[in-house]
Design a protein around this ligand. Structure first.
Ligand code: AMP
Length: 284
């Protein structure tokens, strides 16, 4: 069954009645990564709502916003096939009506790494996600570990503001060559795409070294950074070993430690991360 499409908060509330659905927030351009979140929500909730809203306030680069994929019909097919019951596709004025003035500052977590490269980005993400959560009123909301810092920012925001929702992190879905699926991958030229494969290779090599007992950030980074040699159209913005709570750099990998990386490939910014040592299940 194709999902029911609603474009206003009022229609969304009327359709949902008293139900507390599962929720997946997206900016459209849906791919298998989004589909995995929707399937998980559909498996765990009686009703699943997917939002499609390209949030203009979280883009610092107007070109990035202008070329962001917009493909509602294809998105509805993918969302429906994955088990979405309803798609909430508001326009800009519905989310930010005239006079809108509030925003959420998620604190220090929003200022490092992606937050450093894109000032204001996580404030904008936290604000739009809070608006969407308050419209959908979900029991559970599903976010990808692909955007690990975003997942932490949203978890912190929901906890601090006592928003009654369970934030569920879901594993990164990758292409056969290892590259994490992203709506932005479609912009890569064949040559850029070929170079981008080095990103997951470097992450996987780092994890392999840690598994073999070489677990210091200095030793691992000095081996994997040369796998990403800089050039005119390939620039590593950061590559670091960090703790999975505050994203502070660490000198040695312990359970839960993650490697995070951001690379500018031509005019496209790609981010990725992996867990280097499995978290002890009892400490999750
Ligand atoms: P976006 O549409 O890029 O804002 O992403 C919407 C949601 O899908 C976010 O929670 C992302 O972390 C998640 N997501 C995007 N790409 C992937 C992927 N390759 N694997 C898993 N989740 C993803």
């Amino acid at each position: 069954m194709p999902p029911k499409v609603v474009t206003t908060h009022t229609a969304l509330r009327a359709e949902l009645g008293g139900a507390s659905p599962g929720f997946v927030a997206t900016m459209g351009g849906l791919h298998e990564g989004h589909a995995s979140l929707i399937r998980r929500s559909a498996a765990e909730n009686a009703t699943t709502v997917v939002s499609i809203f390209v949030n203009p306030t979280q883009f610092s680069n107007p070109w990035d916003l202008a070329v962001y994929p917009r493909q509602l019909e294809a998105d509805l097919d993918i969302a429906g096939a994955a088990g979405a019951d309803m798609v909430y596709a508001p326009d800009r004025d519905e989310i930010y009506p005239s006079g809108f003035a509030s925003s959420i500052d998620p604190g220090p977590l929003a200022r490092s790494w992606e937050g450093g490269a894109r000032p204001g980005h996580f404030q904008a993400v936290a604000t739009v996600v809070a608006i969407l959560l308050n419209s959908v009123l979900p029991k559970r909301a599903y976010f990808g570990e692909k955007d690990f810092q975003q997942l932490l920012v949203i978890r912190r925001m929901a906890k601090d503001l006592r928003i009654p929702v369970e934030i569920v992190g879901c594993p990164t879905v990758r292409d056969a060559d290892g590259l994490a699926l992203s709506s932005r991958n479609a912009r890569l030229s064949p040559a850029e795409r070929a170079r981008a494969r080095a990103i997951p290779k470097a992450l996987f090599r780092m994890r392999e070294m840690v598994e073999q007992g070489i677990d210091s950030s200095i030793e691992t980074l000095s081996e994997v950074l040369p796998m990403l040699p800089p050039s005119k159209d390939f620039h590593v913005d950061y590559f670091a070993m960090v703790d999975p709570v505050e994203l502070e750099p660490v000198v040695q990998a312990v359970p839960g430690t993650r490697a995070i990386v951001a690379v500018e490939v031509g005019s496209t910014r790609l981010i990725d991360n992996i867990e280097l040592v499995p978290m002890n299940t009892e400490s999750r």
